[in-house]
Design a protein around this ligand. Sequence first.
Ligand code: TYD
Ligand code: MG
Length: 397
Amino acid sequence: MTPVRLGDVAAAPVARLATGIGELDRVLGGGLVPGSLVLLGGSPGIGKSTIVTSALGNLAAAGRSVLYVSGEESAEQVRLRAERLGPGALAVPIVAETDLDAVVATVEAERPAVCVVDSVQVLHAAELTGAPGSVGQVREVAGRLMRVAKASGTAVVLVGHVTKEGALAGPRALEHLVDCVLSFEGERERTYRTLRALKNRFGSTNEAGVFEMREEGLVEVEDASARFVAEASRRAPGSAILCAMEGSRPLLVEVQALVAPTDVVPPRRMANGIDRNRLALVLAVLARHGGVALGSADVFVSLAGGVRVDEPAADLAIAIAIASAARGIPLGGDRPLAAFGELGLTGELRHVTHPDRRLAEAAKFGLDRTLHPGPDLPDLATALRRALTRPEVPQAV
Ligand code: TYD
Ligand code: MG
């Protein structure tokens, strides 16, 4: 066998199949790649079936052959959903089937450009003894579908349920196998959802899309920052705007904190939209280097709208929101205070990625008061002094 220089390997440019959902296409890296296997994970009720139905509807309207394999819901149930999503969705052909052999035979016969299997956990291979959804079954289902995908050039989207604890029970076992892992996140009760790529062989994993669940299905939110800033409670203590990055896109989102005295030992710490360990770290640094010790108080921190942010750059905004809540001093004047920056364990502020894009986004929405790491803001103590100085509030006459 003669090794070939990578540059000499023949590689035809891949034609992507645009789903017509801009945010989804962006996260995929430009659309679905023919013959690829995509895993779409998310908790029940988050909107997985909704987004795949819309995507298939758009593809069908663009003249692509598509197929919806529904193992969880009857064809009738899927139709009822499709009615809300518009005429394109009603053109999608469906089979309600849970037997893997039957599904594979249908895909081989139909050779659609795109096939959705909803969900991977309910299909079962007759020759295996395990229950549907078990690791063995899920692996077999994905493996067989992958071979069909490669052979027929069909892009296959596997929908997979993830439990709240993140146990993508079966689906986790598939991550190495599939080309792309998309995760649909957010709280079911909240309006906003984010879609991000955890793995992508055909694009960056930095992209994320923001959606809103409405009466007529999932709607892309392109102006998420504008919404979140408008909704921010600017005069109440405990609110700050975080300049976050969702992939390569800046996103302004409100951080809210509530600090309440308690006798409960240990006091409660609740984090919505941020990692609990991150909150613990911010609280420790606040106590040790910011003079804000909350050992006998419950602390609740929440990102508005059900957004999730997993970057250390959120530290500073979380810290000032908590300090503001603890001291009862609002951070905003007539405009909310915006912040970003990572907290070091010694109380220093550390630089984060894309400071220019974050600042530009804040400026775009008129947030002229920002706190971020720089020569004039070396540490948390300085930031707190700056944040908690009462902004000049015009006196009422
Ligand atoms: P669904 O896509 O069925 O979630 P999943 O497949 O991830 O379990 O839909 C989730 C929720 O969204 C469902 O409870 C109803 C709601 N919904 C709307 O609010 N508007 C709509 O147009 C649709 C189709 C669903
Ligand atoms: Mg579903």
